[in-house]
Ligand binder design. Structure first.
Ligand SMILES: Cc1ncc(C[n+]2csc(CCOP(=O)(O)OP(=O)(O)O)c2C)c(N)n1
Length: 1374
């Protein structure tokens, strides 16, 4: 879209003589009042005292009043106020008071009366019109600013010009003005600075200056800000004429920075042309932009900048902003680089950095830290904020003058991810504010393959920032000087107001999402334009050469100087043999470890305390340590009870926590406890903040009155965000090992809305990023009849993620066994049954010589349970945390008589609370039957029988006739509309598809096509939604074709399959998993006759929607009798992509299946397989062939009931030449194979088979390749489990029985505590009545889902294969 340029361009420029000397010229420089502009609307002529001759005088009065109401006589003030307030004609005037000296001076200033102006109303109206015109530009000027460097898009997604912006002279009519008014001079209101030294200008010039300020390459969005002073500040920065001037020196620095940014990407492209690097091309200006923000902030006193950023341009930022040595970066491209220390080696796009250096512009010290980040976009936002807050806290920077944060964002992620909003809402909370973050958006107007129109509903991607009144500066990134200017203003804004600000760099992405990706498939016209686009460096260099600021040889010299730096670093990088991940630490903890990074000891002192200390803390905890402070009567009673406990040398839960905290504070350890309602405690047991009942907002925190010179205690009720707040506290805990940072969930189950922080940072943080962290999670947990919503913190999930091996007994005699175990683990999980033990574990957390996250399941009823008390004796010096509390009753006296040893953890069985529940239950007995079905929100009329049963318990064949397969195949490989030009690369893809169809074969994409296409024929609506699903993340699907010649013309062949077919909806979603999965679940609720699928970009991203999975999809039917047939497609597989992209966490889905691993169902039951499906809570499959994928999709609809279906989908198999299925596998009579048995030579002579390997999914292809290479096709059989849950006991029993002499082994690529093993092993053992062991061949347990080091990945894979085919591998264990 090309905006109509506004009329000022057509108007004559203002000449010197036109700067008219007006009546107002002699007035003193405006003492601007910043008051709201009042509208002078009353018909003035109706006032009795107004006549032609006085109107000039009135006009003068009016102007004087506008500028300062006090400068005119009170009577005039009242008059203007009244008219302004809409007083009817004749009523605004009130008799003047006697003239005061002040008003006389106003009269005097009016000077001699000049020729009468007949129409004072018109004059006033025109002035008001001009005022609203100015205001219109201030509010809406950005909508017409030229922000898109490509000149074809609208940054605000709207091509229209607002009615009140003067895009042609006829639009003056909107204001009651016309062309003849253009040369009239208007007085300027106090709310504009366009006049500079002038206080009046001709209209023509007013419009021109407004255009210059608001409609060029900068679009300023700020008029929503409630604070007038801040608005004025911004207006002054952007409106003052000539404000955007740069010295030649500044221009040369800018050019040099652009050279570095541009040439760095070019260098990488030259050296590693087939490597992904998520280059910055199209937004090279980011580097000078960040440097400007840092320079300006440094000038204003900042000496520590903490940054968080996503993939785009990360390497460039590391190299040119943080100044990581180039060789350290270049060597990361060497896949053979070995890791010297622990850590995933997935360095390039994820690891952080910490660097202290001199800022060359300000000559001051500056420390820069880039926080390590996972692939989950925006997840690092709150972490950066938390770290910033901590650094501010530790250096006493209470106003954020020394430490600040900069967050970088992509446009799609900024708009899509809810965590952005949650983080903004922390920005002004007293215990969370970092006093302003500068946000920089790399707004390349695309998210992977998705257009902004499909990715957000707001005009700009930045609108989320408006909720906190942050100004937003949109800027065309092809104008480097404009960019520098807004960056300077942004930095000044932060240092002036200490509030967030957003710089929106409107740019483009020169290549595909990564350098391997073809963007023309989906954005043909945009990319045609991009191909023509001159790089910004070239443009700017030409400009400076033309201005004589530099000459061509100087420019070329600058380039070759930097190229040489790169080349030399490249040569040096070849010497780097070993990767020191520790060099990539974002938060070193100086002094905590030895110089070579080891703990200073491997012991932990006693965590006990002297009686004195316990008593002192207990006394403070049960008192009000300030004068004249009235607490609530109920609280007095609570404190009194506490006091009695202390007297009796006992503690309950709250007191135990008090003692732990209070004693650590004495030892100089800062404690920070944050979470929803933590100050009082969700269960009203804590009361760490006392509230004066008489004085509003007067509070007292006794914990801060414990000791002289104690460390401070921060306890803070948080906002209602788990994701944001847990991320923040994690960041806080990162900054120093000498603080105990705790996050408490309101109930434990709410942790899943922060699942991403747990999965991506807390659990694997050390393994991925060599970064220890001692954060503590307090998760209230316990089955107390509170229902599914409040009972469980899901301990199983935390335990499954522990990195220890269940099958390996460690050396129990090792010195310091317990401490070593702690040192080796990824996190510590505890569930205390006594307050004393809770006290000890909290103290141990700090007294340990290293840091590990600590997950504590905390009780609810035990908080008040009379037996859940500990004696001081359990907490005295010499005592410590008891990992196991042994039996100490009579059974322990006569252990020989004991018949059964019960193990348990946490809450004891019989509690007072249980009794309360029993009583309530007894009362509820009058209600005889609860018909939950009466509470159904979406009945599916006709789908079930009248009594809600399935209409059958069978499923027809899911096969199709050859005709149907061929027809769908043909459409899938063609363009079914006329005159439609597709991309050449896509033509080749479709041609290959056509050949597959001719050969009666399908690959993954075709199999999906056939499943969808055939269901559409049968009247089933299909809806596929998710990020970039139209093309497919792996560019394999291509369900939407894009005409290469006509903008936005698309074709969906799937909708051209059959006459009267059901419609197919395929839609790229916004970058929100939580929102979109929830939406699709809702869509699937409405009717059972639609196949609704949500695809994750990569399977691991499902955890930002964990709440939808945990609360709705998994237990929906059990909780709400509501079936749902939603399908989740989760790309999964270990392909050396690193920890961020490998795993969809199958173990988590399998762990949530409701079948019992120890119970063998009745295998002879009729329709066993269908009954199993009917009984399960969801179905989990991992197909190894396209044909089976086709069948399971069709089965989903042909089943007579609905269950959620979780499919782990492959990545490399999409193009694997062996991952093909023949039409024969899809013909009528065929069906989904829950198990695919061995069908090679081993199956011919099953008696000879020595080993039966079970596996699922892609690893099958690795196994068969290896088996062939080792010539073991006779000895080893491979059986694929395609439907993991419900577990195909029946078919697997047949398999095992077929190979009587075979050892059984489970093979998986995933780490041992992940994948399928924990689910499959006990069920396989149940199948065979535990007659044989089920061995394991695969990776060891781990905290992170994969290594990021290619070499390690391949070594691990080979080890897996070696174990699988070494027939002696398990000998030693038998
Ligand atoms: C939470 C999350 N969901 C999905 C993805 C997959 N993903 C990677 S990049 C990308 C597009 C990002 O677009 P944008 O934010 O505009 O940044 P750009 O790549 O254009 O710089 C997506 C969806 C992700 N990394 N994180």
């Amino acid at each position: 879209m090309f905006h109509l340029r506004t009329c000022a361009a057509k108007l004559r420029p203002l000449t010197a003589s036109q700067t008219v000397k007006t009546f107002s010229q002699n007035r003193p420089a405006a003492a601007r009042t910043f008051g709201q502009i009042r509208c002078y609307t009353a018909p003035v002529a109706a006032e009795p005292f107004l006549s032609g001759t006085s109107s000039n005088y009135v006009e003068e009065m009016y102007y004087a009043w506008l500028e300062n109401p006090k400068s005119v006589h009170k009577s005039w003030d009242i008059f203007f106020r009244n008219t302004n307030a809409g007083a009817p004609p004749g009523t605004a005037y009130q008799s003047p008071l006697p003239l005061s000296p002040g008003s006389l001076s106003a009269v005097a200033r009016a000077g001699p009366l000049v020729e009468a102006q007949p129409n004072v109303d018109k004059l006033v109206e025109d002035h008001l019109a001009v005022q609203s015109l100015i205001r219109a530009y201030q509010i809406r000027g950005h909508h017409v600013a030229q922000l898109d460097p490509l000149g074809i898009l609208d940054a605000d997604l709207d091509s229209s010009v607002p009615a009140d912006i003067i895009s042609s002279t006829d639009k003056l009519g909107f204001y009651g003005l016309d062309e003849s008014d253009l040369d009239k001079v208007f007085h300027l209101p106090t709310t504009t600075f366009i006049g500079g030294q002038e206080s009046a200008l001709p209209l023509r010039e007013i419009i021109r200056r407004l255009e210059m300020a608001y409609c060029q390459h900068i679009g300023v969005e700020f008029m929503f800000i409630n604070d007038l002073e801040q608005c004025q500040w911004i207006r002054q920065k952007f409106e003052t004429p000539g404000v955007m001037q740069f010295t030649n020196e500044e221009k040369r620095t800018l050019l040099a920075r652009l050279v570095r940014s541009t040439r760095f990407e070019e260098f990488l492209q030259r050296k590693w042309s087939s490597e992904k690097r998520f280059g910055l091309e199209g937004c090279e200006v980011l580097i000078p932009a960040l440097k400007t923000i840092i320079d300006k902030s440094s000038e204003n006193g900042v000496d520590y900048v903490i940054m968080g950023m996503p993939h785009r341009g990360r390497l460039n930022v590391l190299a040119n902003v943080i100044r990581k040595e180039l060789e350290q970066i270049f060597c990361q491209f060497d896949s053979k680089l070995e890791a010297a220390d622990e850590g995933s080696g997935d360095v390039k796009y994820h690891l952080g950095m910490y660097h202290r250096r001199i800022n060359r512009v300000t000559d001051r010290n500056i420390t820069l830290s880039l926080v390590a980040n996972p692939s989950h976009l925006e997840a690092a936002d709150p972490v950066v904020m938390g770290k910033t807050k901590a650094e501010q806290f530790y250096c006493g920077d209470t106003e954020g003058k020394k430490v600040m944060s900069i967050l970088l964002h992509g446009d799609a992620a900024f708009a899509g991810q809810g965590i952005v909003y949650e983080t903004f809402h922390l920005s002004d909370l007293p215990s969370y504010t970092t006093h302003g973050t500068v946000h920089v958006v790399v707004n390349n107007q695309i998210g992977f393959t998705t257009d902004p129109r499909m990715a957000r509903s707001s005009p700009y991607p930045t609108d989320v920032a408006r909720v906190v009144n942050a100004p937003i500066f949109h800027v065309n990134s092809d104008d480097p000087e404009a960019v520098m200017y807004v960056c300077k203003v942004a930095a000044e804004w932060r240092s002036t107001f200490h509030k967030d600000v957003v710089v929106d760099l409107v740019c483009y992405r020169r290549n595909g999402h990564n350098e391997m990706d073809e963007p023309m498939f989906t954005q043909p016209l945009m990319y045609k334009q991009i191909r023509k686009q001159k790089p910004v460096l070239q443009k700017y260099a030409e400009l400076l050469v033309s201005q004589g600021v530099v000459n061509q040889p100087e420019y070329e010299e600058e380039i070759s100087k930097y190229d040489k730096i790169c080349e030399e670093a490249f040569a040096r990088s070849k010497d780097e043999k070993i990767l020191h991940i520790k060099h990539w630490l974002d938060s070193p903890w100086p002094g905590f470890f030895t110089l070579d990074g080891q703990p200073r000891s491997m012991t932990c002192p006693s965590t006990g305390l002297t009686e004195d200390i316990l008593t002192h803390i207990g006394n403070v905890a049960s008192s009000v340590p300030v004068e004249d402070f009235t607490i609530h009567g109920g609280l007095s009673r609570i404190l009194k009870t506490r006091g009695e406990l202390v007297k009796n040398r006992t503690v309950d839960w709250a007191l135990a926590e008090y003692m732990a905290f209070g004693s650590l504070l004495k030892e100089g350890i800062h404690i920070r406890l944050s979470g929803q309602d933590v100050e009082r405690g969700t269960f009203s047991h804590r009361h760490h903040v006392l509230h004066d009942q008489n004085v509003d907002k007067r509070t007292c925190i006794p914990m801060n009155h414990l000791w002289p010179n104690q460390a401070p205690y921060t306890v803070c009720n948080s906002s209602l965000s788990e994701y944001g707040v847990l991320g923040f506290e994690l960041g806080f805990a990162m900054a120093s090992p000498n603080a105990l940072v705790l996050w408490e969930a309101q109930f434990g189950d709410f942790h899943n809305t922060a699942q991403c922080i747990i999965d991506q940072f807390i659990c694997p943080g050390q393994a991925k990023w060599v970064r220890q962290n001692g954060i503590v999670l307090l998760l209230p947990h316990g089955m107390e009849g509170m229902g599914p919503e409040h009972s469980s913190a899901r301990p199983e999930r935390f335990l499954q993620m522990c990195n220890d091996d269940p099958d390996v007994l460690p050396d129990l005699k090792e010195a310091n066994f317990d401490i070593n175990q702690l040192y080796d683990c990824n996190w510590v999980v505890v569930n205390c049954s006594t307050p004393g033990n809770f006290f000890h574990v909290l103290r141990r957390q700090i007294l340990l010589p290293f840091r590990k996250p600590l997950i504590i399941f905390t009780p609810k009823s035990l908080l008040r349970h009379p037996e859940a008390r500990s004696n001081f004796d359990e907490m005295l010096p010499g005592t410590h945390f008891q990992r196991v509390i042994p039996e100490d009753g009579p059974a322990a006296q006569n252990p020989g008589n004991v018949k059964r040893l019960l193990f348990c953890t946490g809450k004891e069985e019989i509690s007072k609370y249980d009794k309360i529940c029993e009583e309530a239950f007894a009362r509820s007995k009058d209600e005889k039957i609860l018909h939950i079905k009466h509470w159904l929100d979406s009945p599916w009329p006709g789908f079930f029988t009248l009594d809600g049963q399935p209409r059958s318990m069978t499923c027809p064949s899911t096969g199709l006739t050859e005709d149907i397969l061929t027809h769908i195949g043909n459409v899938a490989s063609s363009v079914p509309v006329e005159d439609f030009t597709i991309h050449g690369g896509l033509s080749r893809i479709l041609k290959t598809r056509g050949e597959l169809v001719k050969n009666r074969t399908v690959d993954w994409a075709l199999a999906e096509y056939m499943a969808f296409g055939s269901l559409l024929k049968e009247g089933i609506h299909i809806r596929l939604s998710g990020q970039d699903v139209e093309r497919g993340t792996f560019s394999h699907r291509h369900h939407v074709l894009h005409d290469q010649n006509v903008d936005k013309r698309t074709c969906i062949p799937m909708n051209h399959l059959w006459p009267n077919q059901a419609p197919y909806t395929v839609c790229n979603s916004s970058l929100s998993e939580y929102g979109v999965l929830g939406f699709e679940l809702g869509f699937a609720m409405a009717s059972p006759n639609a196949l609704v699928l949500w695809e994750a970009q990569f399977g691991d991203f499902h955890n930002t929607a964990q709440c939808i999975i945990d609360q709705f999809i998994c237990p929906g039917q059990a909780k709400w009798v509501r079936q749902n047939g939603i399908v989740l497609l989760l790309p999964h597989g270990m392909e050396g992509m690193g920890p961020e992209h490998s795993s969809a966490r199958p173990e988590r889905f399998l762990q949530m299946c409701n079948d019992d691993p120890d119970v063998l169902p009745d295998l002879k039951e009729a329709n066993f397989d269908i009954n199993q499906l009917y009984d399960c809570n969801w179905v989990v499959v991992n197909c190894s062939t396209p044909g089976n994928f086709f069948h399971v999709l069709r089965r989903q609809i042909l089943l007579p009931f609905r269950k959620p279906l979780i499919i782990f989908t492959p990545k490399s198999l999409l193009r694997h030449p062996e991952a093909r299925s023949n039409f024969d596998e899809m013909l009528p009579g065929t069906h989904f194979q829950r198990v695919i048995p061995e069908d090679g030579p081993a199956a011919q002579n099953p008696g000879n088979v020595k080993r039966l390997l079970f596996c699922t999914g892609k690893v099958y292809y690795d196994l068969t390749r290896e088996r062939k290479a080792r010539d073991m096709v006779e000895q080893v059989a491979i059986t694929r489990i395609e439907q993991l849950s419900p577990f195909p006991f029946d078919l697997l029993l047949q398999e095992v029985q077929k190979y009587p002499s075979a050892e059984l082994a489970w093979c998986q690529e995933e780490h041992k505590n992940q994948g399928y093993y924990d689910y499959v092993k006990p069920r396989l053992r149940t199948t065979i009545s535990r007659a044989k062991p089920v061995w394991y061949a695969g990776r060891d347990p781990a905290a992170a889902p994969a290594t990021g080091n290619k070499k390690t990945h391949l070594t691990e894979l080979q080890r897996l294969l070696d174990t699988a085919f070494d027939l002696d591998a398990f000998k030693n264990f038998s």
